[in-house]
Design a protein around this ligand. Sequence first.
Ligand code: AMP
Length: 487
Amino acid sequence: MNSFSRLGIKDGVAKAMTDMGWDEPTPVQTDAVPVGLEGHDILVQAQTGTGKTGTYGSIILSRIGSGYNIPSALIITPTRELALQVSEELSKLSKYTGHRCLPIYGGVNIERQAAEVKKGVDIVVGTPGRVKDLLNKKALRISKVSICVLDEADRMLDMGFAKDLDYILSWLPKKRQNMMFSATMPDEVKKLAVNKMRDPKEILVSKDEIVLDLIDQRYMIADKDTKKDALCTIFDKERQKTIVFMKMKHRCTQLGRKMKNTGYSVDVIHGDIAQNRRERVVREFKEGSIDILIATDVAARGLDIDDVGLVINYDMTDPETYVHRIGRTGRAGKRGIAYTFVLDENEEKDLRRIARVNNVEIRKVEMELVHHEANRNANPEPAKKNVPVRDREKKPRNKGEEKKRKNVPESFDMISLNLGSDDDLVKRDICDFIQISSGVKNASIGRIDLKKDVTYVEIDSKLVDKVCRSLAEYDFDGKSIVVKRMD
Ligand code: AMP
């Protein structure tokens, strides 16, 4: 008997937990699992990083059978990233029990997902919109679901999913077990619990005890002219896997471009970036081939990465989002550092309020910023490829050589994109978009001709295939990018 089976978790599941390298249940698992295993509805206040997926996962896998044709458990998550992560963790936990788990989310082919559902699945993990669509298509049957989980309930309500949740829950059998997990407990979440749950047992896992205690929280004054240098200076000092949070999608893209040009290994995730590209970026970040991930709050929800050492709040935020953001570090028992940039005294006051609300200390720090020029090559490898200084001093002998010297492409090909001024874009945005999506340099992009619903862009002939392939992976505000070569 291990410490997990002592909580009442089925042996096969408890064994899978130890196989995953887990020694002891986390506090939320200790408190919530025995109550959930008795079949009670539970309302749990716990953040990502506390072991909440293991909590409801072990309850589900211990309580439902496997191998049925239609699902016995439904888990609803606010984002595709979280749906994928939860599904991955459940698949690992069901190593010995053989439960089939399927993630379903928007942005991918619905027919393919419907076909997967049809093959037979025990647990569905889905985002509200896609679950609703599959129900409406009669491609998903949830009439035999005996356990329903709402994960990150506060975030789902924030994202405007209340009606969808209501609709989905109306399809479920009345007799079922409900589990709701939420990082915060605003009135809307409590109301949802009162309306949809049967006498839930409330389990409150103290935030500071679980995650925030492990995070050294600091802030510094930095305005728009110094923030980037502050970020580089901090990263150079800490050299840890870093997530930078920003509010606006287009500013993520801009910062990503500047950081790349300064020589850092960085990538960006936000809502306009296609699902498959986001997944790739997150995978690369997890594996360590990207050092810095710049993300919007929504895109970063539910990211399950244990070894993030540093979180930077590039923009100020509200108390709840603050906790969600910095909770990306200090996970799984490891220490983390979180910096917040405040613009002025007003923001400083706001941050003090955040510290009060969350009952934490956020220390003010001052540091000498190192100015980081764009095109600085932080990576010594590419630096070797630079033209040696003595060559640069030589006068170019002919035009071709001059072009090579200045990195100007010898020829351009024209492509068209189905984006234009109707999408609220200017030429600079198109240029940023191409650079971020395909990693090409500014110099590889020639003339840009922006029309209402189409843009013609010249691309270095040598890179045009790569650019077309990369762009085709992207969405822009939910619109798939169509890119054509104009031969
Ligand atoms: P979650 O709160 O579900 O996002 O889990 C955060 C991280 O903690 C995940 O990487 C889990 O795999 C891990 N985890 C969950 N339970 C345990 C445990 N009892 N011991 C060690 N790690 C755990």
